[in-house]
Design a protein around this ligand. Structure first.
Ligand SMILES: NC(=O)c1ccc[n+]([C@@H]2O[C@H](COP(=O)([O-])OP(=O)(O)OC[C@H]3O[C@@H](n4cnc5c(N)ncnc54)[C@H](O)[C@@H]3O)[C@@H](O)[C@H]2O)c1
Length: 413
C-alpha cells in the first residue's frame, strides 16, 4: 500500500495513478472535509464523485456548500496540486485505499437501503485489486460491513474491508476532524491495521473496535442526540401546556446546575442524519426501540403542534406568515430534511400567505430578502436560529421563537 503522500507535496499536477487515497463521494458533506484533512496531511487525493457539477466547483476552488475553514484548505490543496478529480469508476486510482462516503438514505418505509452501498461497491469493484483497502465511512445499518466483506468473498474477491464512521457536525468538519477520535474497525486484523494506519495520519486518537461495535456506536451517537432534542422539545410542550414560559423553567433547571448543563434548547431537530439514523436503529430493533420511536413522534410532531397552536391564537387565514431560516439548522445552507419546509407545508392551507427567507440557502427560488419578509409579514416564525436574526428589529410584530434565543419584546414562546 502506498502512503507516500506523507512525503512533500508534488509540484506537477498529480496523476490519478499516483494518488495515495480515493474518496468516493468526495464532493459531499462528509467527503470534502475528509479530502481536505488528508490533503493537509500531505496526501495526494483522488476526489471521486458522480456529481460533475460538484467536481467542477471544487476544481475551480469553490466549495459547493458551507464548510468552515474549507475554502482556504481547498485553495492550498489545489495550489499544491494534491487533488485529482474523477467521476467514472473506471478512472479511479488503481491501487490506493478507497474510502466510501456516499449518502445512505432510508426508504419510504423508513428502512435502510443497503443496495445503495452495494451498487456503489459493484461499480467500483472491476477497478479495485485484491488486497486493496476499502473503508466504509458512510453511516450503515448494523451488519453491513461484514455483509460487504462476505459479498466480495462470494464473488471471489479479497479486499481489506473496514468501517470507520464519520461523526463530525455538518459545516464544521474541518475543525472537528482534527479533534474527534476516529472509530476504526476492520473485518480482519489486516484491514483494521491498514485503516488505523491510514487514519492515524489525520487523527489525534483512534478507538479500535469490531465492525458491529463501530456500526452501533455511530448509530447510538446519533440516536442519543436525537433523543436529547426530543427531551427538550417535550419539556417545552409540557411547559406550554401548563401556560408557562419554558425559558424561565429552563433557566431555573440549568443555572449553575451541572447535571442539567447538557439539556439542549428546544427547536426543530432536523437534517439528513439524526432522524434517518434513529430510524435505522428502529428498523434493526424490529420497531422495538421505544425511545427512538418516541423521539421521532416528539421532534416531528413539534412543528404540527406549533402550527396548530398558532392557528388557535391567530386568525391565520387573514395573515401573512414569514418563516425565518429554511436551512435545517443555524449557520449552514443545507435544506436536506429541514423541518422549516414541514412548517411551510403545514401553514400553506391555513395562512393567507407564507413567505420564506434564509441568508445562506441558495437552492430555493421562492426565498425572498429578509427585509421584504419582515415588512410583508404579520407574524414571523424563527425556524433556523441563524445569528443574523438575533439582534433584528421585527417592527413590533409577533415572532414565534421556540429556540428561546430572541430578546425582542414581542416574542411568543
Ligand atoms: N452530513 C453530515 O454531517 C454527516 C455526518 C456524519 C455522517 N454522515 C453520513 O455520511 C454519509 C454521507 O452523507 P453526506 O451528508 O456527506 O451526503 P452527501 O449527499 O452530501 O454526499 C454524498 C456524495 O456522494 C456522491 N455519490 C453518491 N453516489 C456515488 C457513487 N456511487 N459514486 C461516487 N459518488 C457518489 C454524491 O454525488 C454526493 O456528492 C451518510 O451515510 C451520512 O449519514 C453525514
Amino acid at each position: 500500500m502506498n502512503f507516500s503522500g506523507l512525503s512533500p507535496a508534488p509540484a506537477a499536477p498529480v496523476r490519478v495513478e499516483h494518488a495515495d487515497l480515493t474518496v468516493v463521494g468526495g464532493g459531499g458533506h462528509v467527503g470534502i472535509p475528509l479530502v481536505l484533512a488528508f490533503a493537509e496531511a500531505g496526501f495526494r487525493v483522488n476526489v471521486h464523485d458522480t456529481d460533475r457539477n460538484v467536481i467542477e466547483s471544487l476544481r475551480c476552488g469553490r466549495l459547493p456548500f458551507i464548510e468552515l475553514g474549507g475554502e482556504e484548505l481547498l485553495a492550498r490543496a489545489l495550489e499544491r496540486k494534491q487533488l485529482v478529480f474523477t467521476s467514472q469508476p473506471s478512472d479511479i486510482s488503481p491501487n490506493a485505499p478507497v474510502i466510501i462516503t456516499i449518502g445512505t438514505p432510508i426508504d419510504e418505509f423508513l428502512n435502510p437501503l443497503r443496495k445503495v452501498i452495494q451498487d456503489c461497491v459493484d461499480a467500483l469493484l472491476p477497478h479495485l485489486i485484491d488486497g486493496q483497502l476499502l473503508v466504509l465511512r458512510s453511516t450503515v445499518f448494523p451488519g453491513t460491513t461484514e455483509w460487504i466483506d462476505e459479498y466480495l468473498q462470494r464473488k471471489g474477491r479479497r479486499l481489506m474491508v473496514a468501517f470507520c464512521p464519520e461523526r463530525v457536525v455538518q459545516g464544521q468538519g474541518v475543525k472537528e476532524l482534527k479533534e474527534t477520535p476516529q472509530i476504526i474497525s476492520g473485518t480482519t486484523e489486516d484491514a483494521e491495521h491498514a485503516a488505523a494506519r491510514l487514519f492515524s495520519a489525520i487523527a489525534r486518537e483512534l478507538v479500535r473496535v469490531k465492525p458491529r461495535e463501530a456500526e452501533f456506536a455511530k448509530l447510538f451517537n446519533n440516536a442519543y442526540r436525537y433523543i436529547e432534542f426530543a427531551v427538550a422539545n417535550q419539556f417545552y410542550l409540557i411547559s406550554k401546556m401548563a401556560g408557562l414560559d419554558y425559558r424561565q423553567v429552563a433557566h431555573a433547571m440549568k443555572h449553575n446546575y451541572p447535571r442539567a448543563r447538557g439539556i439542549p434548547t428546544p427547536g426543530l431537530a432536523a437534517g439528513p442524519c439524526l432522524f434517518k439514523d434513529t430510524m435505522q436503529l428502529l428498523a434493526f430493533a424490529q420497531n422495538q426501540f421505544s425511545l427512538g420511536n418516541a423521539a421521532m413522534l416528539v421532534n416531528e410532531g413539534l412543528v404540527l403542534h406549533l402550527v396548530d397552536d398558532l392557528d388557535r391564537r391567530f386568525e391565520l387565514s387573514r395573515m401573512t406568515v414569514g418563516l425565518l431560516g429554511m436551512a435545517f439548522k443555524a449557520e449552514i445552507d443545507d435544506t436536506r430534511a429541514s423541518l422549516s419546509y414541514k412548517f411551510k407545508k403545514a401553514l400553506l392551507p391555513l395562512a393567507r400567505t407564507v413567505l420564506t427567507t434564509d441568508p445562506f440557502v441558495t437552492s430555493d427560488p421562492e426565498l425572498l430578502e429578509l427585509n421584504e419578509v419582515i415588512a410583508r409579514s404579520d407574524l414571523l416564525v424563527l425556524c433556523a436560529p441563524h445569528r443574523a436574526y438575533r439582534e433584528l428589529d421585527f417592527s413590533g410584530k409577533p415572532v414565534l421563537d421556540v429556540w428561546g434565543v430572541l430578546e425582542s419584546a414581542n416574542v411568543i414562546g
